[in-house]
Design a protein around this ligand. Structure first.
Ligand code: ADE
Length: 314
């Protein structure tokens, strides 16, 4: 399981030991403690299910990962990465899905996660087409704030997209799916595995397969564009053609696309990673003020971003 402080971890260990002595079992939480409900999402190597913790009646989302499948597809690293990253991020930000417990049995790994009652932003976008400027601004700001926190913990997500932006009961974002996440080594700021989803892949991944914090900023630009316009910034008739467009920075704004988000998107969708807004030369700190002070966010009260009432969805 995950604990916020070492003290809590030690406490829990002592309690777990006492429990295992009294009933000669050792795991703190097991699959038997939950009643599983409907399927919330299906990934390439996992299924997320609604689950009720029987003793507390609390509901969670449990990511169930099939061990056989993991091994067959050589994806053990993906599951480990997700667990490491979520542990590292802990309960530190309201916009990131928290991992409450992990356990396993003979067949599966189980990650007990926050339930995001209103599901994926992707579904919302499919249903609504685009979002109002005010909603787009609000969700863009939440995403900026989440990225700021994540990067401060030296974590890059590498697969930011509407599918991974879940919406909680109050329609605030909860970022999920850190299977592609990466904890950057303290002295190296680039990571070296290819990941991502065609429409949101940054050009540097297509040429050098090298990701950095700037990669998340590219995806941010793609997501802002999509929320406002209702379409992908880069979309070809095939994955190959999508990649060609990304490499050539071949995209355009539809008529009526508002000027201030247009300026922001243009500063994020820049081929040279170190020239994206807020990003500097390799090794330098990200300047988040450059993002938060952009005119598009002029009406955002950053201190209230996670406590104020979200704008009505339209
Ligand atoms: N789909 C995938 N993960 C989820 C979660 N944590 N809550 C709700 N739906 C999900």
């Amino acid at each position: 399981g995950y604990f916020e402080t070492e003290d809590q971890a030690r406490d829990a260990e002592v309690r777990a030991k006492a429990r295992s002595q009294s009933r000669s079992r050792n795991a703190a939480v097991t699959v038997e403690d939950f009643r599983f409900g409907k399927t919330l999402g299906v990934g390439s190597y996992s299924t997320v299910k609604l689950a009720t913790h029987l003793a507390s009646a609390r509901v969670f989302a449990i990511k169930v990962i099939d061990k056989g499948h993991l091994i067959a597809k050589k994806k053990q690293q993906t599951a480990l990465a997700e667990k490491d990253v979520l542990k590292r991020l802990g309960a530190g930000h309201p916009g990131i899905v928290r991992m409450w417990y992990t356990f396993q049995d003979q067949w599966c790994l189980y990650f007990v996660l926050d339930l995001a009652k209103n599901g994926e932003m992707k579904i919302l976008l499919n249903r609504m087409g685009s979002l109002s400027l005010e909603c787009s601004r609000y969700y863009s700001a939440q995403l900026v704030d989440i990225i700021r926190y994540m990067h401060s913990k030296n974590v890059i997500h590498r697969d930011l997209k509407p599918e991974n932006l879940l919406l909680d009961a109050d329609f605030r974002i909860k970022l999920t799916d850190f299977g592609t996440g990466k904890v950057l080594d303290d002295d190296v700021d680039k990571a070296n595995t290819w990941v991502g989803t065609a429409q949101y892949i940054a050009p540097e991944l297509l040429s050098s397969k090298e990701t950095s914090k700037a990669t998340d900023f590219w995806a941010l630009g793609c997501i802002i564009y999509q929320m406002i316009s209702g379409r992908f910034a880069f979309q070809g008739l095939s994955e190959f053609l999508t990649f060609e467009k990304i490499k050539k920075l071949e995209y355009s704004f539809p008529d009526g696309f508002d000027e201030s988000p247009k300026d922001l998107v243009q500063r994020l969708l820049v081929r040279d990673p170190s020239a994206r807004l807020g990003v500097g030369p390799p090794g330098s700190e990200i300047d988040f003020d450059a993002l938060t002070s952009h005119p598009f966010f002029a009406s955002i009260v950053w201190e209230m971003l996670w406590t104020s009432q979200p704008p009505a969805l339209e």
